[in-house]
Design a protein around this ligand. Structure first.
Ligand code: GN1
Ligand code: MG
Length: 350
């Protein structure tokens, strides 16, 4: 999208000075993200186009983020935290109303403050893993007493393994991209572990496993660190919704405890870093003090469940002809699915 149009959209939000530049930011697979600088040269902002094919109810999603960030902000302020704007996202309202998103030509846009002096990291150390564990446990704990009705399910059945497997079965049956014949080995592996991987859904139906307000996309690139490598906050709050705690614990370890990126084509490079698992678990358990015995039982199981679920999702998208995740080359989703299923096998054996 051309910069002038982006500048025009950015100017609709309540920012301190005229927009100077809008440049692409980050590597998300769903939304389009830009960095906005102003003529004043002070605060910078993050402008995002929300993918409304994925998030079909943008108003409900923004409402979730408004409620959750306000709740966390209140707790941080009450606790005397000084740099609150670096510890929780701040939504920027529109210039002419208090709404936090705007529709332009059928697309939905929103803005947050860019957290100053922050970085994302790609390589996690035991120290950062422990700190992140603590931060995620704290995040869930802070939301345990969110007043009012439950947060909306911003994507229905998002981390529901039975649903993800049903979507894969549909994709196999339709075979609309003619790719099913290439992936027999992956399908066989997935089917073999279906029963084991849908344990949480059965526990939930039996009334033994609760849902909490979870982030549901805790991969490493969604955690902001300061220059010293300490955790500032969790970003990318679109997928906030009621879910099992495995959604945050297992999904973080999927990327953090893996020795290769999630789209590594060379499967010999995909390995498990046990030290990271242990450090993260220690941090998480120190703050997630609300866990029930069944939730505790779910945690170690989820270390294999999340690569499996992500493998199922990438493979489904590959079979559907790449309609969901952004891809850089035709086999990209297949490469991702293979890397995730390799990681699943390693974690299952661990
Ligand atoms: C997507 O938007 P992004 O890139 O942070 C996806 C996650 C996947 C992740 C895989 C809404 O997250 O569920 O785990 O890609 N988000 C959605 O990298 O589907
Ligand atoms: Mg992201």
């Amino acid at each position: 999208m051309d910069e002038n149009k982006l500048k025009e959209i950015a100017s609709m939000f309540r920012i301190e000075a005229p927009v100077k530049s809008v440049t692409p930011l980050g590597e998300g697979l769903i939304n389009d993200t830009y960095r906005v600088a102003t003529e004043a040269g002070g605060e910078e902002y993050v402008l995002q186009r929300v993918n409304h094919h994925v998030f079909t109810d943008v108003a409900a999603l923004q409402r979730n983020i408004e409620r959750v960030t306000a709740h966390i902000r209140g707790k941080l302020e009450a606790g005397g935290v000084k740099d609150v704007d670096r510890r929780v996202l701040r939504l920027i309202p529109l210039r002419d109303s208090d709404k936090t998103f705007v529709e332009v030509d059928g697309n939905y846009w929103r803005m947050t403050l860019l957290i100053p002096a922050s970085q994302t990291i790609s390589e996690v150390t035991p120290r950062t893993a422990c700190l992140t564990g603590r931060a995620i446990g704290e995040f869930e704990s802070m939301l345990a007493d969110l007043p009012g009705e439950p947060v909306a399910e911003s994507i229905p059945r998002f981390h529901d393994m039975e649903f993800r497997l049903a979507q894969l079965r549909e994709a196999v049956e339709a075979d609309c991209a003619g790719r099913v014949s290439e992936v027999g080995d992956l399908l066989e592996l997935i089917v073999r572990y279906e029963e084991d991987m849908t344990w949480a859904e059965r526990q939930y139906r039996a009334g033994r496993l609760p849902k909490r307000v979870c982030h549901c996309d805790t991969k490493v690139s969604n955690i902001l660190f300061d220059r010293e490598g300490d955790v500032l906050c969790v970003i990318d709050l679109d997928t906030l919704m009621p879910s099992f705690v495995s959604s945050d614990y297992g999904d973080f370890l999927r990327t953090a405890a893996c020795t290769a990126p999630e789209d590594e084509p060379d499967l010999t490079k995909v390995g498990v870093n046990r030290e990271i698992v242990d450090a993260f678990t220690e941090g998480y358990l120190s703050t997630a003090t609300f866990l029930t015995p069944v939730e505790r039982e779910l945690l170690p199981r989820s270390i294999a469940m999340f690569p499996y679920m992500q493998g199922v999702r990438f493979l489904t998208d590959y079979l559907n002809g790449d309609t969901y995740y952004k891809t850089a080359y035709p086999e990209h989703n297949l490469v991702r699915a293979r890397a995730q299923m390799r990681l699943f096998e390693l974690q299952r054996e661990a």
